[in-house]
Design a protein around this ligand. Structure first.
Ligand SMILES: CC(C)(COP(=O)(O)OP(=O)(O)OC[C@H]1O[C@@H](n2cnc3c(N)ncnc32)[C@H](O)[C@@H]1OP(=O)(O)O)[C@@H](O)C(=O)NCCC(=O)NCCS
Length: 154
């Protein structure tokens, strides 16, 4: 913890930096077109964490009309900037954004074998809502995690 990072909404000017970050995770890579779409999507909170003007992490939160559960669609941090609390800052900002959208909970899916991500969410109060056997393309198991957002917490 303790990196002097700023978390803010992603802008079109961030797309090149976001593509570089995406390129580090080829299996899940988003295209320039979908990144632009999420920056402009009124139901998306696309957040970036930057330090010294460098984008080192991002998180995409999606909410649907008529649903009080927002979904963290993706979160990633540059391998060189891990362990500094950036993901934790991004998730806290996503929770604040979800509250502003009057959501009462946040859900997400994670690979069961993704220990760093599971520990991150466990630390932040997320619990297993459902097991998702063979959920991923390579048949890996998934977990649906959820956290209730109390109106007055955070
Ligand atoms: C998961 C990920 C986003 C964590 O980012 P990060 O900025 O390094 O995480 P933070 O520094 O904010 O860590 C917060 C907490 O998460 C847990 N955590 C993070 N990395 C961990 C690791 N390698 N092993 C165990 N726990 C870990 C710890 O509880 C940590 O708190 P602590 O530092 O007090 O112990 C990052 O590893 C990543 O980008 N992974 C690849 C993409 C991915 O898997 N995304 C999640 C898909 S759902």
């Amino acid at each position: 913890m303790g990196a002097a990072a700023t978390v803010r909404r992603a802008a079109l000017a961030d797309i090149d930096a976001l593509l570089k970050l995406e390129a580090l995770f080829p299996s899940d890579q988003m295209s320039r077109r979908s990144l632009r779409g999420f920056v402009a999507n009124p139901r998306a909170d696309f957040l970036v964490a930057e330090t010294g003007g460098r984008v080192l992490g991002n998180l995409l939160l999606l909410s649907r009309a008529g649903s009080r559960t927002a979904r963290i669609y993706s979160v990633m941090v540059d391998p060189w900037a891990r362990g500094l609390g950036l993901a934790q800052q991004l998730v806290a900002a996503a929770e604040a954004a979800a509250r502003r959208r009057h959501c009462t909970s946040i859900a997400l899916e994670v690979r069961a074998d993704n220990i760093p991500a599971r520990r991150l969410y466990e630390k932040l109060g997320y619990t297993v809502d459902r097991e998702l056997p063979a959920y991923y393309d390579d048949s890996a198991d998934g977990l649906r995690l959820k956290r209730r957002l109390e109106p007055d917490d955070g």
